[in-house]
Write a protein that binds this ligand. Sequence first.
Ligand code: ADP
Ligand code: MG
Length: 257
Amino acid sequence: MMSQTRLAEQPAQANWHGASLELRDLTLAYGPIDVLRGVSLKIAPGTTTCIIGPSGSGKSTLLRGINRLHEPKSGDVFLADRSVLRDKPDALRLRIGMVFQHFNLFPDHSALENVALAPWKVKGLPKAQAFAIARQRLEEVGLGPRADQHPRDLSGGQQQRVAIARALAMDPEVMLFDEATSALDPELVKGVLTLMADLCRRGMTMVVVTHEMGFARKVADQVVFMDEGEIVEAGSPSAIFDAPQSPRLQRFLSEVL
Ligand code: ADP
Ligand code: MG
């Protein structure tokens, strides 16, 4: 009886059903300048791809191309084997969650409201259902007890976990992370990385731009090194970190490791 009660109180750990993702010869430009130049990449469902590379190499632009925050100049992106260019960008953003360096939470709403708003207002779920989902997601990221607090009363790491819960509340097929831990104090980084590794283990498809080489080595199924708007090298963590082929990757690793 006792253990049953405890079980009932445990949030069910969702198993995610990540979709496949493929970039085919994707080129993105700002004005006359191509900042992403013919990038092709295949990502299997439920895998984690870490993108590494120097500042300005096009990592954020690549993520923005995937969820069409930036329209491609040429090439295409396939989500679950279907071209994303066939759908409206808004529809796509329901299916792809994104987490930024700066958490971009709504300051005047509680953590729970931050997570519930999109399922309620954007997806159109009944309010009670949206809030029930939000509560569950907050519990999954370890913030159930803080549901009623406002962002200003949470640490940076907690705010980032709210942002992750908010993205997960939309039941995404892919999660994109753009330097999600770069703005955090060092002691708060680990909790967020642990949460990300957990999402990966539970089947989410993740594309993670990161400077955390330890995370890339341990969690990634593939690591992609970008420089000057191109994929210079891609492979398993051990191929990239232990046996880098190109001089550009060798130089980059010698600077960051
Ligand atoms: P990273 O995320 O790897 O640091 P970005 O994708 O942000 O690189 O940027 C790639 C290139 O695109 C850089 O040369 C950057 O200056 C340029 N860029 C990024 N955003 C814009 C913008 N809004 N307008 C013009 N150029 C931009
Ligand atoms: Mg960036």
